[in-house]
Design a protein around this ligand. Sequence first.
Ligand code: HEM
Ligand SMILES: *[C@@H]1O[C@H](CO)[C@@H](O)[C@H](O)[C@H]1NC(C)=O
Ligand SMILES: *[C@@H]1O[C@H](CO)[C@@H](O)[C@H](O)[C@H]1NC(C)=O
Ligand SMILES: *[C@@H]1O[C@H](CO)[C@@H](O)[C@H](O)[C@H]1NC(C)=O
Ligand SMILES: *[C@@H]1O[C@H](CO)[C@@H](O)[C@H](O)[C@H]1NC(C)=O
Ligand SMILES: *[C@@H]1O[C@H](CO)[C@@H](O)[C@H](O)[C@H]1NC(C)=O
Ligand SMILES: *[C@@H]1O[C@H](CO)[C@@H](O)[C@H](O)[C@H]1NC(C)=O
Ligand SMILES: *[C@@H]1O[C@H](CO)[C@@H](O)[C@H](O)[C@H]1NC(C)=O
Ligand SMILES: *[C@@H]1O[C@H](CO)[C@@H](O)[C@H](O)[C@H]1NC(C)=O
Ligand SMILES: CC(=O)N[C@H]1CO[C@H](CO)[C@@H](O)[C@@H]1O
Length: 351
Amino acid sequence: MGSSNNFVLFLVIVSSFLVVISEGQQSSVPVVPGLSYTFYSTSCPNLESIVRIHLLQVLENDTTQAAGLLRLHFHDCFVQGCDASVLLDGSTSGPSEKSAIPNLTLRQAAFKIINDIQALIQNQCGQVVSCADITALAARESILLSGGPYYNIPLGRRDSQNFATSNVTLANLPPPTFNTTQNLNLFTSKNFTATDLVALSGGHTIGIGHCTSFTNRLYPQQDPNMDKTFANNLKLTCPASNTTNTTNLDLRTPNIFDNKYFVDLMNRQGLFTSDQDLYTDSRTKSIVQSFAVNQTLFFEKFIDGMVKMGQLGVLTGSQGEIRANCSARNGNSMGSWSIVGDEQQGRLAQY
Ligand code: HEM
Ligand SMILES: *[C@@H]1O[C@H](CO)[C@@H](O)[C@H](O)[C@H]1NC(C)=O
Ligand SMILES: *[C@@H]1O[C@H](CO)[C@@H](O)[C@H](O)[C@H]1NC(C)=O
Ligand SMILES: *[C@@H]1O[C@H](CO)[C@@H](O)[C@H](O)[C@H]1NC(C)=O
Ligand SMILES: *[C@@H]1O[C@H](CO)[C@@H](O)[C@H](O)[C@H]1NC(C)=O
Ligand SMILES: *[C@@H]1O[C@H](CO)[C@@H](O)[C@H](O)[C@H]1NC(C)=O
Ligand SMILES: *[C@@H]1O[C@H](CO)[C@@H](O)[C@H](O)[C@H]1NC(C)=O
Ligand SMILES: *[C@@H]1O[C@H](CO)[C@@H](O)[C@H](O)[C@H]1NC(C)=O
Ligand SMILES: *[C@@H]1O[C@H](CO)[C@@H](O)[C@H](O)[C@H]1NC(C)=O
Ligand SMILES: CC(=O)N[C@H]1CO[C@H](CO)[C@@H](O)[C@@H]1O
């Protein structure tokens, strides 16, 4: 693991500094009214470099945090739109999205990273950037810093004042046991195509899964669509279905954002049912193949999927609010933040 991984990260870091002055790739997906590619260019001109420089430090210490940040944005957007509702701590109003079952495996560290980035942004720009935009930017930078493509994203999302109930959360997030039919039903209900589903599933080119997310494919009997050696190795990691161990989602290059996930699928080494079934189902098989042989094509379609996903159900204009604290809606903990803001920058954290 150690030195070769560090070398890759080093390369990624060097290339990312080159990217600072170059253009991101531009998706042809339409921009939702109220969002724009230049939303903060006068109110917070250094926004993107603040996020990138902080994440460079975080990921230099622990590359795997990139995956946690990418997944956080996915969960935010699929439940009630990209409104940072996933970040809200449970409060007097009841259990939050965070406590619904699929969120049990969101990384605590990801929430802290978002809050740390927000504090850095507030110091430079005041309370102008939404937590939903910070989450979207953190996902985008995580992809870049893991070796993936750099692309422009529309900004201007606002933060919600409420979170989704557990039921709504569960109804909108696909479990790993979903087959392609079930995933297509969910994804097409949100206006995604089969190509979007396959491309976005490519997010599993980085990150980890817990045994409980895939032991249904090992016990009581082995999924015939799983490579036997792969299955035997997974059984060593997960000797029982309730062990708390984790394993990499992408066997080949677990921390690099590339198209190897699709090569895994073609070798029946996808981890979840939802992954492997993309190569079994005739509606998605050829898309998997096309991404496995052409990374440029995968990146292009992934970007389109992310730009679409990043605009799901967004609040814009005067809807919602710009949270002073990403973990709480304004009014819950306003006091402490305005005091901190006043002392450090002489700005009021009111707008
Ligand atoms: C297509 C339906 C999807 C299903 C069924 C699914 C399911 C899952 C599950 C079960 C895990 C592992 C949770 C655990 O056991 O710890 C996971 C992890 C992950 N998912 Fe998905 N996911 C889907 C789509 C996506 C999308 C669209 C993205 C982003 C573009 C994404 C990004 C990730 C990442 C990066 C991880 C690793 C997280 C970490 O290492 O902390 N997933 N997903
Ligand atoms: C660095 O990462 C390790 C886990 O890999 C974590 O325990 C530690 O807190 C991190 N340090 C910093 C400064 O983030
Ligand atoms: C959530 O769903 C469960 C099972 O479908 C149902 O019993 C429960 O009443 C629902 N809760 C709410 C608050 O809608
Ligand atoms: C997908 O799963 C659903 C629900 O379990 C099942 O009814 C359906 O037959 C499955 N489809 C395929 C093609 O396996
Ligand atoms: C899907 O697109 C149609 C037409 O473009 C639009 O009317 C509809 O609101 C969209 N649905 C969702 C869930 O975004
Ligand atoms: C966790 O997985 C490792 C191999 O990856 C294995 O050696 C260990 O026994 C597993 N731990 C448990 C509790 O299953
Ligand atoms: C897993 O299940 C076995 C058998 O039911 C039990 O003995 C063991 O304590 C459980 N382990 C965990 C980590 O829950
Ligand atoms: C790979 O995909 C890109 C983007 O669509 C395309 O321009 C290129 O021609 C493809 N390469 C091959 C070898 O098919
Ligand atoms: C942000 O809100 C959370 C949840 O209410 C709270 O625990 C935390 O202390 C707040 N952070 C700051 C810096 O005020
Ligand atoms: C990451 C996260 O917020 N996890 C929460 C999931 O739900 C449990 C149970 O409510 C909480 O204890 C975790 O903090």
